[in-house]
Design a protein around this ligand. Structure first.
Ligand code: FMN
Length: 270
């Protein structure tokens, strides 16, 4: 696990031999470069938020409020950011959140694998999305020694949900991250204005198309009738989960279950 601050030494030292970084390190320039590289439909999905995007912007603004007060005359040349979580020692408390279109954010269509390789290299655990352009087993295979977590969009069909959870466990993921806030798609004006929703165009559905339970629901396999497979996906996506469903989910796996999307303190306590 590198000390993250050491990356700058590597950059400056490479600069002595004339090597300039291929990618910028500041977010504003990264965003500019990504905006130029991505098709507008993908960019809109990634950058856009719900409604007038007030909440999205307010969230970012609220985060900017935080600063750090450094303390002097303490030797912190060797830092320890490690944490204990679910019986694991993790090198830092930082995770990569699941991003369900990361697969189509790279030109080769394998962004999930790219994110997994970044996780392997940095030791920052990846939460691999259900919405993936590569099957969860392939993503797990690219994680190296870094533990991975599988994010579950719980399907309405219980057998399919069970299949995804069992596959994730068999593939070596260390926890199931159950997303609670997306059983229906948000009202996303940027996507609505151009009538674009990537999943309905067949993108990022490989975890379904590779699943034996999902395939058994189809008259013809996705490779032969993609449109019917997408229709079937739209029909099974997004179970409305309640607290009562937790016993069922709990019964499917011995892995930790992490509830994603909890906002209210009372929900967190419960
Ligand atoms: C383009 C995009 C795709 C996302 N896909 C998923 C997903 O597949 N599963 C999920 O649980 N959350 C997904 N999220 C939500 C993120 O994991 C995260 O919870 C959210 O962006 C809030 O974090 P932020 O304020 O740092 O953006 C997605 C977010 C974005 C912007």
């Amino acid at each position: 696990m590198p000390h993250f601050g050491d990356y700058q030494n590597a950059i400056y030292n490479a600069g002595l031999s004339g090597v300039i970084p291929k990618l910028p390190v500041d977010y504003a320039t990264l965003e500019q470069r990504a905006s130029a590289a991505m098709p507008p439909s993908v960019l809109g999905y990634v950058q856009g938020g719900c409604g007038d995007e007030f909440t999205q912007n307010n969230n970012a603004d609220a985060f900017r409020h935080w600063g750090m007060t450094p303390r002097m005359m303490v030797d912190c040349s060797r830092r320890d950011l490690s944490i204990d979580l679910f019986g694991m020692r993790l090198p830092s408390p930082i995770f990569m959140a699941p991003v369900g279109v990361i697969g189509i954010c790279t030109q080769d269509g394998h962004g999930d694998l790219a994110a997994a390789r970044a996780s392997a290299e940095t030791g920052v655990p990846l939460m691999a999305s259900t919405l993936s352009n590569d099957p969860l087993e392939s993503v797990a295979g690219a994680l190296g020694d870094t533990p991975g977590f599988f994010q579950l969009y719980t399907p309405k069909d219980k057998a399919l949900a069970e299949s995804l959870v069992r596959r994730a466990e068999a593939a070596g993921y260390k926890g199931i991250v159950v997303t609670l806030d997306t059983w229906v798609t948000g009202w996303r004006p940027r996507d609505l204005n151009v009538a674009n929703f990537p999943q309905l165009r067949g993108a990022v559905l490989m975890n379904y198309f590779s699943d034996p339970v999902f395939r058994a629901m189809l008259a013809r396999p996705p490779e032969e009738d993609g449109a019917a497979a997408v229709r079937q996906w739209a029909g099974v996506f997004g179970k409305v989960l309640t607290w009562d469903d937790m016993a069922w989910l709990r019964s499917l796996t011995t892995l930790p279950l992490i509830l994603k999307g909890i906002c209210h303190p009372d929900d967190a306590r419960r």
